[in-house]
Design a protein around this ligand. Structure first.
Ligand SMILES: *Cc1c(COP(=O)(O)O)cnc(C)c1O
Length: 401
């Protein structure tokens, strides 16, 4: 059966051959990729590492070195990828949660302004699903309070806010090349940063990372070939049943390997990064069509991005407050071969593994919980067929309760 994957980047055979082929000159490819990402973000320097989580771990460690041990809290939006909270814990820091604005998924600016920043090391943005947070406002607040801003663009490479690239706000940012991100090489991550002291600390930490093993790199290259073949709707029904690809899981893991990025994969990432605008505009077109098709359906809420945000929609989030209806919708969409997923099942403060380990705070995060209980996502990638909006609308109409 034809099945549209929840997220992904369609690759051509020439991508695979020429991308991995360029990776045979690993130093050139890595240097060009780092230069491209630094220029894109507007930050002066870029380092390539094994994953977004590796980027985040390096950044927290570097920030700790610069700011000293007294600052041991990281402000995290109430709804974001579990990897963010896991990386905070891994760095020996504490998660302090700020609720979100349910209309935009951006941190609640009013609540952010009220927080006690005396022990805060840094604020992390989320920019989920390719939709920018209110980054100019968050950047100004971080600067005013004397804390770092880490602009997490793991899902937002190519998105802009007020004309500036997401990932480029604040002191440092990160990008991810994992499977469901804006571009993919199965895994991979990039750090961008400014500031002499912070850059020196990052540089030392990245230099101390081991090179990726030959086995890891060849394993990823083989997985990339499988991904090239199996992401297409005609085959994804089989792909879904291949556990080795680790698709669709959201584990909370504080133990993950740390290494530099593979130069072989850099050739592929460079090729995809060079046509980022094309990859993203396919997603934006599909997201707009889905948005239009779902407009006005009773009980269905769509995202309302912050003004002046140019989103790149790695997925399209949809909100259905009736949890049973949401469950039925996800089941029926999947039965019809449409990769609808629940996204992250919990708000950060409800992640079972984090119980009792959060920084003390009196502030409620009802909006983050309400989002976790109502959200699911629809695919937007280049393999979505033109009639996807009509098919999805019909299923919504048939699943009214
Ligand atoms: C995926 C993701 C990460 C982690 O990136 P990996 O490359 O998977 O380690 C961090 N933050 C957000 C918001 C993400 O979506």
């Amino acid at each position: 059966m034809s099945y549209i994957a929840p997220a992904g980047t369609p690759l051509s055979l020439s991508d695979l051959v020429l991308g991995l082929g360029a990776g045979l000159r690993p130093r050139d490819s890595s240097e060009q990729l780092a230069a491209l990402l630094a220029a894109h973000s507007g930050q002066p320097q870029c380092w390539l590492v094994r994953s977004g989580r590796t980027s985040m771990t390096i950044l927290f460690e570097a920030m700790k070195r610069v700011a000293g041990p007294r600052r041991d809290e990281v402000v995290v939006p109430g709804y974001t990828c579990y990897s963010v909270a896991a990386a905070v814990e891994r760095a020996g820091l504490k998660v302090r949660i700020c609720d979100i604005d349910p209309q935009t998924l951006s941190p609640d600016l009013h609540q952010l302004q009220q927080l006690d920043f005396s022990s805060v090391l840094c604020i992390v943005s989320a920019n989920l699903y390719g939709i920018p947070n209110a980054l100019t406002e968050i950047e100004a607040l971080a600067k005013d309070r004397g804390v770092f801003l880490l602009d997490d663009a793991a899902q937002s490479l190519g998105a802009r806010y007020q004309g500036r690239a997401v990932g480029g706000f604040g002191d440092a940012g990160l990008y991810s090349f994992d499977k469901g991100k804006n571009i993919t090489t199965i895994q991979g991550g990039a750090i961008v940063a400014r500031g002499d002291a912070l850059r020196r600390a990052i540089d030392e930490l990245v230099r101390a990372l081991p090179e990726p093993s030959f086995a890891d790199t060849t394993g990823d290259a083989v997985k990339l070939a499988a991904y090239w073949l199996l992401l297409r709707p005609t085959l994804y029904g089989i792909t879904q049943r291949m556990p080795f690809l680790g698709l669709g899981r959201t584990p909370y893991e504080t133990i993950y390997p740390m290494s530099r990025y593979s130069g072989l994969l850099a050739g592929m990432a460079l090729r995809l990064a060079r046509r980022l605008d094309k990859i993203n505009s396919a997603r934006v077109g599909n997201a707009r069509a889905l948005h239009a098709a779902l407009q006005g359906l009773p009980g269905v809420r769509l995202i309302d991005p912050p003004a002046q945000a140019a989103s790149v929609y790695t997925r399209l989030p949809v909100f259905v407050a009736d949890m049973q209806r949401r469950q039925r919708l996800i089941e029926r969409l999947n039965a019809a071969g449409i990769g609808a997923t629940r996204s992250y099942p919990f708000a950060i403060h409800d992640i079972p593994e984090l119980a009792g380990r959060l920084a003390p705070t009196q502030i409620d995060r009802p909006a983050a919980r309400a989002v976790a209980e109502s959200i699911f996502t629809l695919p937007t990638h280049g393999y979505c067929p033109p009639d996807l909006g009509a098919r999805v609308r019909t299923i919504f109409e048939q699943t009214s309760r």
